[in-house]
Design a binder for this molecule. Structure first.
Ligand code: PEP
Ligand code: MG
Length: 590
């Protein structure tokens, strides 16, 4: 399906969800997903021995993995239940399977994974055709063994990423937050994924790494070949595969223009964030890694409105110790000082699965054991983190933010845990900010409806639209098929935001927004007009949002907010705001 028009000529042109702005032009590096997908690869004669060796090693690795798994299971549930692993090990010692695979590599030049997959599939089909349960169960054993060996042949994601030598665009079915933390920023020029939406955590990570990305492309992984030339247009959500020279030159010009606009925006970096008529608005940035603190400052943000501490847990095999966390938090706090750093307690679960402790598979992970629910269940983990945050508060201006609160009991429990951590530190004579402020992310609809009551208990509220939109509209934030329904300009969302801000103000606390809506130029005027006190946006969005705030009159924004609250549909709000913003800010990037 070649594409040709005046400016664009390429093999495929795909449209997805723009996840991180900018333009990348490079070659493809295919990152295979952990669920096995097999390329039917035929190798050269010279590679046959390497493929055989790969296969034999993968079988050995699988056997020793099974042995250690078995002894763990014996300890936990007894010998009888661990017998299943005997069956799996026997399958790996089956000389017919091993010899047939090696034969197929040597005689048919199939790659190791392709040959083994084929042989196993043959036996699986035979067993599946059987009418007895016994043989059908054996078929699931075969499947398990097949996946294990193939995973070792392909290497896990870490092994694969280690093979990335130069810089490239990563093309993958799905990028999890744990993959994203392993990426070397200087080698990754862009991302393109089949799955995911704008607020899936991998997309958020891409923005924090300032890497142009498009997600939700549905079928890119199967369309591209390793090493293909590729253009990622993260502004428009387009991906071009195998573009011709003229198309590449066209995109180089767009890339230059994009950098130029950004350079110009950077000129307002040190100016205050005030509306034309003098209303001061806090503009801070969201941060995921300590080495991003520099970029928070260089883009002109005043402090960190959301520090997602989850990545400390995702990068390590063991739980991070209090000391490790303290050192990390303090490093950021010192860099950002005297501006505030709002540290959110961990928000694991959902799509963020740590290696250091088990979050069992759940039917609905985003509605399950996640964030504060884990913290309140695992007080050991929670209080260790609270102690580390409190200790870091001795080094600058720190506030604490609790995620996924759904009601007042949880707020009370958080406060109790914080008091425990404080009194322990006091006993030990360790310094911390005695008046440390606490806040709650309003991201669950029940908390939004109780915002006035919650506000009485805390010092500030921060609206987490990424989850609030997902929960209020019942739209999975990471599902590309329903991305069209994931709309923060939905009238129901706008009403709810207005209500949260009013409830906070009525109780005398400030209200910010740390969800991605705060970074959307189409939302800025509405939020100013609704009296939002603080915007916390991804660092790359800071200059653009500052520019809009500085070019806006508060009174006009209030009129606009009032008007859009009358609309019935998201499309009407979007159309109206696009017109307003285009007219007012011709020189910006929209
Ligand atoms: C949110 O839900 O809006 C938020 C800021 O948190 P996260 O994206 O980490 O879930
Ligand atoms: Mg959230």
């Amino acid at each position: 399906m070649a594409v040709k028009n005046n400016k664009i000529k390429c093999k495929y042109l795909l449209k997805g969800v723009p996840a991180s702005p900018g333009i990348a032009i490079s070659k493809v590096f295919k990152l295979k997903s952990e669920s096995i997908s097999i390329d039917p690869t035929i190798v050269d004669d010279s590679s046959v021995d390497t493929e055989v060796e790969k296969f034999v090693k993968a079988v050995e690795k699988s056997k020793s993995e099974l042995k250690s798994l078995q002894s763990k299971v014996v300890r936990k549930v007894g010998l009888e239940n661990a017998k299943i692993f005997d069956v799996h090990q026997l399958l790996l010692e089956d000389s017919v399977i091993i010899e047939e695979t090696i034969h197929s590599i040597k005689k048919e030049n199939k790659s190791a994974e392709f040959a083994f997959f084929h042989i196993m599939q043959k036996y699986e089909n035979t067993l599946n055709g059987s009418s007895t349960n016994h043989f059908q169960n054996r078929s699931s054993d075969l499947r398990d063994v097949k996946r294990r060996v193939i995973r070792h042949i392909q290497g896990d994601r870490t092994d694969q990423l280690n093979q990335l030598s130069g810089s490239a665009v990563i093309v993958t079915n799905d990028l999890t937050p744990s993959d994203a933390v392993m990426l070397e920023k200087r080698k990754v020029l862009g991302f393109a994924t089949d799955l995911g939406g704008r607020t899936s955590h991998a997309a958020i990570m891409a923005r924090s790494m300032e890497v142009p990305s498009v997600v939700g492309l549905r079928r890119i992984f199967n369309l591209v070949e390793e090493g293909d030339r590729i253009v990622i247009d993260g502004n428009e959500g387009k991906v071009l595969i195998q573009p011709d020279e003229k198309t590449i030159n066209h995109y180089r010009k767009l890339q230059e223009k994009y950098y130029d606009t950004n350079r110009k925006l950077d000129e307002i970096r040190d100016l205050k964030c005030l509306t034309i008529d003098g209303k001061e608005i806090e503009l801070s940035a969201n941060l995921e890694f300590s080495d991003e603190a520099e970029s928070v400052k260089s883009h002109g943000a005043k402090g960190v409105g959301l520090y997602r501490t989850d990545y400390i847990y995702l990068t390590k095999k063991e739980l991070p110790t209090e000391e490790e966390q303290f050192q990390e938090y303090r490093k950021i706090v010192k860099k950002i000082s005297p501006d505030p750093v709002i540290i959110r307690t961990m928000d694991l679960g959902g799509d963020k699965l740590p290696k250091s402790f088990l979050i069992p598979p759940q039917e609905n992970p985003f509605l399950g054991w996640r964030a504060i629910r884990i913290s309140l269940d695992r007080k050991d983990i929670f209080e260790t983190q609270l102690r580390a945050i409190l200790r870091a508060s001795g080094a600058g201006n720190v506030k604490i933010l609790f995620p996924m609160i759904s009601g007042l009991d949880e707020v009370h429990e958080c406060k109790k845990a914080l008091e425990n951590a404080k009194s322990e530190l006091q006993k030990e004579g360790i310094k911390y900010d005695l008046d440390i402020e606490i806040g709650v992310i309003i991201e669950v609809p029940s908390a939004a409806l109780l915002a006035d009551k919650i506000a009485k208990e805390v010092d500030f509220l921060s609206i987490g639209t990424n989850d609030l939109v997902q929960y209020l509209l019942a739209v999975d934030r990471g599902n590309e098929r329903i991305a069209y329904l994931y709309q923060h300009l939905h009238p129901a969302i706008l009403r709810m935001i207005k209500q949260i801000i009013m409830a906070g103000h009525q109780e005398g606390v400030w209200v910010g927004m740390c969800g991605e809506m705060a970074s959307d130029p189409l939302s800025t005027l509405i939020l100013i007009g609704m009296d939002l006190d603080e915007f916390s946006v991804s660092p790359i969005a800071v200059p653009e949002i500052k520019k809009i705030i500085r070019s806006t009159e508060y009174r006009e924004a209030a009129r606009i907010a009032k008007k859009v609250l009358q609309f019935d549909r998201p499309s009407e709000v979007e159309r109206f705001m696009t017109k307003v913003v285009r007219k007012k800010f011709k020189n910006l990037i929209f």
